[in-house]
Design a protein around this ligand. Structure first.
Ligand SMILES: O=C(O)c1ccc[n+]([C@@H]2O[C@H](COP(=O)([O-])O)[C@@H](O)[C@H]2O)c1
Ligand SMILES: Cc1cc2nc[nH]c2cc1C
Length: 336
């Protein structure tokens, strides 16, 4: 199907046009689980992961043949507020590191069997400072969404999403605070290692941004408070859904990037898992707001898609059991 990304309002209205969860395939997968050589439910969340994967793929014995990982990179005008300990040049330097295979995500994708692509988005043109005005125009937001959607391989069976963008832990906090409310301090964390002063500056910047950009629709909030990698993540989530590809989101930044879609229509994120619970303190509250339970909790706070790639190995394990185990009848084991 072709995705209508022509305006923010068109994006918000996409839900009813997108493929739905295949309940019959998921039920057939659940029925198979009941016959496998294990006490009922003994594989716990491995069983529900397999069932959910089969439901989204529309196949009771769905497998992962092709896994795609996408890391979107962007730069942010809000860095002018002194909210990030590392300089903005690190975004492009890490993109080069990804391209040369030297980052954590390269190793984690290799181990998990995912094909990694890195998409830098206008790194030499940071977005406007979200605490002084809208970070992006509607046209910039839609262009980044389109870049995200176009990067998705419709032949993949699973999509891993990640991001790289110095300053974007402030962007994530601004999106979460702007869309979910509460005190600004609930949503800010140390990112790449902000000290006490940095944390206090971040909290003031996030509070000011939400005040300035109140009363917006969720996707207008994405434009005002987000960045290009956040918009690209939204575009990739939607393109994956159009191709019935389940998605594993990464940590705090990636989950906050997808939040505007949920706020516009919770159905838009129904095919997404959260790969891990980030050390960023706002992530627990954020995943609760989305009604999601992260697959892993490994005290990680890296970004790059690292927690999502690690969670892919768990999903592969779930599907190996689901598709490879013998039934009681096949193995000649008495089923009680
Ligand atoms: O996603 C997370 O959970 C996460 C938590 C802390 C840091 N990060 C990464 O760190 C960068 C943002 O941190 P900062 O301090 O520059 O705002 C960005 O490149 C993210 O990928 C990511
Ligand atoms: C070195 C470094 C690597 C990263 N990966 C994701 N965000 C990052 C931020 C820094 C600073």
């Amino acid at each position: 199907m072709t995705l209508d990304l022509s305006s923010l309002d068109a994006v918000a209205a996409l839900g009813p046009t997108l493929p739905a969860f295949d309940i019959a395939a998921a039920e057939a997968a659940r029925a198979r689980q009941a016959h496998l050589t294990k006490p009922p439910g003994a594989l716990g969340r491995l069983e529900t992961l397999a069932e959910e994967f089969c439901g989204w793929r529309g196949d009771a014995r769905a497998e992962i043949v092709s896994a795609q990982a996408l890391v979107f990179a962007g730069n942010h005008g809000v860095c002018a507020q002194g909210v990030n300990p590392f300089p903005q040049e690190v975004t492009a330097q890490m993109v080069a590191n990804f391209e040369h295979g030297g980052a954590a995500i390269n190793q984690l994708c290799r181990v998990a069997g995912a094909r990694l692509s890195v998409i830098p988005l206008d790194l030499d043109r940071p977005t406007a400072d979200l605490s002084e005005g809208p970070a992006m125009t509607e046209a910039e937001t839609l262009a980044a969404m389109r870049a995200g959607a176009d990067a998705v391989d419709p032949a993949a069976d699973i999509l891993i999403l990640g991001e790289m963008g110095i300053g974007n832990s402030t962007v994530a906090a601004a999106l979460a605070h702007g869309l979910l409310g509460g005190e600004a301090g609930l949503w800010v964390g140390r990112g790449t290692g902000a000290d006490e002063d940095g944390l206090a500056r971040k909290e003031r910047v996030v509070a000011r941004a939400a005040e300035r950009h109140g009363g917006l629709t969720p996707l207008e909030a994405l434009a005002a408070l987000g960045g290009r990698e956040q918009a690209a993540i939204c575009g990739a989530v939607l393109a994956a859904r159009a191709a019935r590809i389940p998605v594993i989101l990464d940590g705090y930044i990636c989950t906050a990037a997808a939040l505007p879609l949920h706020a516009a229509d919770p159905a838009l994120l129904a095919h997404c898992w959260v790969g891990h619970l980030s050390r960023e303190p706002g992530h627990r509250r954020l995943v609760e707001a989305l009604g999601k339970t992260p697959i892993l909790d490994f005290d990680m706070a890296l970004g790059e898609g690292s927690g999502a790639a690690l969670a892919l190995s768990i999903l592969r394990a779930a599907l190996a059991c689901h598709n490879g185990m013998a039934t009681f009848a096949e193995a000649g084991v008495s089923d009680g």
